[in-house]
Design a protein around this ligand. Structure first.
Ligand SMILES: NC(=O)c1ccc[n+]([C@@H]2O[C@H](COP(=O)([O-])OP(=O)(O)OC[C@H]3O[C@@H](n4cnc5c(N)ncnc54)[C@H](OP(=O)(O)O)[C@@H]3O)[C@@H](O)[C@H]2O)c1
Length: 255
């Protein structure tokens, strides 16, 4: 079983409401099962947000931190749904990695002085309609400037440095929308909608486990090097904390 959302999953046993316990499909490894729910459900929420903002158009959508685990899921979804996606990463080496994975999508490194011009070139006449941003901070103003009038910035994370006040964004004159998105709101969806999202996550884990990449697994006692690894620039995949297998606990992976 995989569970989300439920506190206390870094333990051998946890009690959760039955409707939050999701069967792990046959053939799915413990590591993939540990990643099966959070990021795929995040993708479901982000994708719905993008669809609502695009109102039937096919893009262009610009995403930051495209090399992240969530970013790669967004890229895969864009390929599947024929969505015009422009990927932003912070380094040249990161750009190369994403380009290898998704050669049909433009990848731009923000360490290039002309990254904004590169985005405009790829967006073409329609300009960027939606920004999916999990970097925030000082970059938010640049991203807002790249949006078409009436466009939407969806904010879902903030590892970037500094703050950006809403006053710094041209919200009124250019009719921009800034919208927050959090997996913590997922429970407010109807049971039917949640069941659909969970079925999507199970299918993804069973049929495309490569999209749920594990960077490394660390024993829970080694949480310090695990945190260091999770913060390492250009890491690929998600760092897992594990508890040792015991005869009683059976499966030991926990995120
Ligand atoms: N709102 C929600 O419900 C929700 C749910 C899940 C995740 N998130 C957020 O989504 C983001 C991605 O999560 P993940 O698990 O996929 O992360 P991840 O695989 O650990 O990747 C982190 C990404 O952030 C980039 N990054 C870190 N600091 C940065 C900075 N200062 N400037 C630019 N890029 C930076 C990294 O770039 P490099 O590759 O160059 O190192 C990497 O691509 C995180 O911000 C997380 O908090 C939000």
């Amino acid at each position: 079983m995989a569970v989300f959302p439920a506190p206390g999953t870094w333990s051998d046993f946890v009690v959760v409401p039955a409707d939050l316990a999701v069967p792990v499909p046959d053939g799915v490894s413990d590591e993939t099962a540990a990643l099966m729910l959070v990021n795929p459900l995040t993708l479901c929420m982000l994708y719905r947000g993008v669809e609502e903002a695009l109102r039937g158009q096919a893009g262009p959508v610009l995403q930051t931190a495209a090399g992240s685990s969530v970013g790669r899921l967004v890229s895969a979804a864009a390929v599947r749904h024929d969505l015009q996606l422009i990927n932003l990463v912070r380094s040249t080496s990161g750009a190369e990695k994403v380009r290898t994975l998704y050669p049909s999508q433009p990848v731009i490194a923000t360490c290039d002085d002309d990254w904004r011009e590169q985005v405009r070139l790829h967006a073409g006449e329609r300009d960027v309609q939606v920004v999916l941003d999990c970097v925030g901070g000082a970059m938010t103003q640049d991203l807002a400037e790249l949006l078409a009038d009436g466009g939407t910035l969806i904010s879902y994370g903030h590892p970037g440095s500094g703050t950006t006040s809403l006053e710094a964004l041209p919200l009124m004159a250019r009719a921009l929308t800034v919208r927050g998105m959090s997996i913590l709101r997922w429970m407010s969806r109807t049971p039917g909608e949640r069941a659909q999202d969970v079925a999507f996550a199970q299918d993804l884990a069973q049929n495309t486990p490569d999209l749920l990449e594990v960077a490394a697994s660390y024993d829970l006692a080694d949480f310090k090097p695990a945190i260091e690894h999770a913060r390492r620039p250009a890491k690929s995949g998600t760092v897992l904390l594990t508890t040792p297998r015991t005869a009683d606990s059976g499966h030991g992976a926990a995120r």
